[in-house]
Design a protein around this ligand. Structure first.
Ligand code: MN
Length: 254
């Protein structure tokens, strides 16, 4: 079994090391990850610069390939150029900070997993709650457990799963939907050493008790597993528009 690992915190991030250590026990692991942190770059790709791919050592041994681009760049390059065969799984993480609710739209961690799923590879985005001593090893073991379960259940390939692990002692696992709770955003307005104004965004998801959501699950101490999709078509609205007659106009001039 071949597992491709990537992230958006960069190839030197501790979460990626924890993931590599845990998943090396169940398969061959290849790391292709951004050379520098790419958090919140979403699905950006590099068009106007070359991509460098260099071997990176950690602890005196080859750790993986560092790429001078985004998480999505890493996955594309790995699949098209760097790997000899198609991986059985892609895991992106372990991200420092959970990717919940609408924040998945900004996440480079999730985007890398989307990229893998687009190529038909079952892809897992995994994130852990931010705290003084993030539980990277716990989250990596959750991913290892999840891969085992997916294999046991003979799930089809190409799945896209978003996994979030809370800091509290894990009570269990919940299959959830992505919360649509609003994010309360504001800007800290500050002054730099030269007297010029600058801004720093802050964002907080409003408290929510939505039953069955990712936010609710982690708040209650459960690992949240949310199946995602990259089909952005609103199928309900598609059906309504198709039956509304809005598109039945063949002779209109603009
Ligand atoms: Mn990140």
């Amino acid at each position: 079994m071949l597992i491709l690992l990537t992230n958006d915190d960069g190839i030197y991030a501790p979460g990626l090391l924890a993931l590599k250590n845990a998943l090396s026990e169940i398969g061959e692991v290849k790391v292709v990850a951004p050379l520098v942190e790419q958090s919140a770059v979403a699905h950006t790709i590099t068009l106007s610069h070359p991509l460098r791919a260099i071997e990176v050592e950690r602890g005196g041994r080859l750790f993986g390939i560092g790429v001078s681009g985004s998480p999505a760049d890493c996955v594309k390059l790995a699949l098209k150029e760097l790997l000899d065969e198609k991986p059985d799984f892609l895991v992106s993480g372990i991200n420092l900070g959970m990717n919940l609710g609408v924040n998945v739209l900004y996440s480079g961690t999730v985007a890398a997993a989307v990229e893998g799923a687009m190529s038909g590879i079952t892809s897992i985005a995994a994130s852990v709650e931010m705290e003084d001593r993030p539980k990277f090893d716990t989250a990596a073991n959750v991913v290892k457990w999840l891969i085992h379960r997916l294999l046991e259940l003979k799930m089809p390939s190409g799945l896209l799963l978003n996994v979030n692990v809370p800091s509290a002692p894990v009570k269990g696992v919940r299959i959830t939907r992505q919360s649509l709770a609003a994010v309360q955003e504001s800007f800290d307005r500050r002054t730099d050493p030269r007297g010029r104004r600058y801004y720093w965004i802050t964002a907080e998801i409003t408290e929510t008790e939505e039953e069955g959501s990712d936010i609710r699950a982690v708040k209650e101490g459960f690992v949240s597993i949310t199946p995602l999709q990259y089909d952005l078509t609103n199928h309900n609205l598609l059906d309504r528009l198709l039956s509304s007659g809005l598109g039945d106009v063949d002779d209109v001039a603009f």
